[in-house]
Design a protein around this ligand. Structure first.
Ligand code: PGA
Length: 254
């Protein structure tokens, strides 16, 4: 029997909130957010702000945090790269891989994403594998193929035990930062595709896997999205940058 899935509220700050703004954000968010035992809250600040985030949440172990990206290599001559092994010393316990902005702006391939998952797992971090289709892929009827390929290729280098440690985020590219949100039915359909694909993958616990929805999530649509079948939480960009808005999102579904 699979364990019940604990909802996750994840904030992806992208290239926003440097160390100073990070401290100010936590100072405003933490008092507004009542600790929840029924959900996990995790923020992905820019890497340079991880120490500031750690310092600001030092009295709040319920506020978890992670790194937005790591290098595919273990260490070495890779100017600007961040090795996964360097991350735990900051106190971060999570890592994103495969965000569509990494794929689009930095050319991360599915194979790169798989290698990043390996690095994150080696470092003891909890990976969130992000997948999602472009509008053109959706409109040409390739939603299922795209999601299947992204999942299959990213999981390829992982052994059975590692596969059971992943969290997934379905983020339709056309809904990211556009104000255009997938309808709860669209999200439910895509989450079912992701879960079906996990059921076919060796070592994955499809029913126990947490699958987040991301793409223009905000206080006004969070409840409807969380109520959609198979949606176990959210990955939020723009609406997570404001402490009040993020606190209101993190209070949803309770
Ligand atoms: P958005 O970003 O909430 O601003 O659409 C979501 C994401 O990219 O994770």
């Amino acid at each position: 029997m699979s364990q019940p899935r604990t909802p996750v509220f994840a904030a992806n700050w992208k290239m926003c909130h440097g160390p100073v703004e990070t401290g100010a954000f936590v100072g405003r968010f933490a008092p507004r957010h009542v600790r929840r035992d029924d959900a996990t809250v995790v923020v992905f600040p820019p890497a340079i702000s991880l120490p500031a985030f750690a310092a600001a949440v030092s009295g709040r172990p319920d506020l978890e945090f992670g790194v937005q990206d790591v290098h595919t290599e273990v260490k070495g001559a890779h100017t600007s790269g961040i090795a996964a092994a360097m991350v735990p010393a900051t106190g971060a316990t999570w890592g994103l891989a495969g965000h569509s902005e990494r794929r689009r702006e930095f050319g991360d391939t599915d194979a790169d994403v798989g290698r990043k998952l390996v690095r994150l797992l080696e470092a003891g971090l909890r990976p969130v594998l992000c997948v999602g289709e472009t509008l053109e892929e959706r409109e040409s009827g390739r939603l299922e193929t795209v999601l299947h390929t992204q999942i299959r290729e990213a999981l390829r280098p992982l052994d059975r035990e590692d596969r059971s440690r992943l969290v997934y985020a379905y983020e339709p590219v056309w809904a990211i930062g556009t104000g255009r949100t997938a309808s709860p039915d669209d999200a439910a359909e895509a989450h079912a595709i992701v879960r079906d694909r996990l059921a076919q993958a060796d070592g994955c616990d499809a029913e126990g896997s947490v699958i987040l929805y991301g793409g223009s999530v905000k206080p006004a649509n969070i409840e409807a999205l969380l109520a959609a079948s198979g949606v176990d939480g959210v990955l939020v960009g723009g609406a997570s940058l404001d402490p009040e808005s993020w606190a209101s999102i993190c209070a949803a579904g309770g």
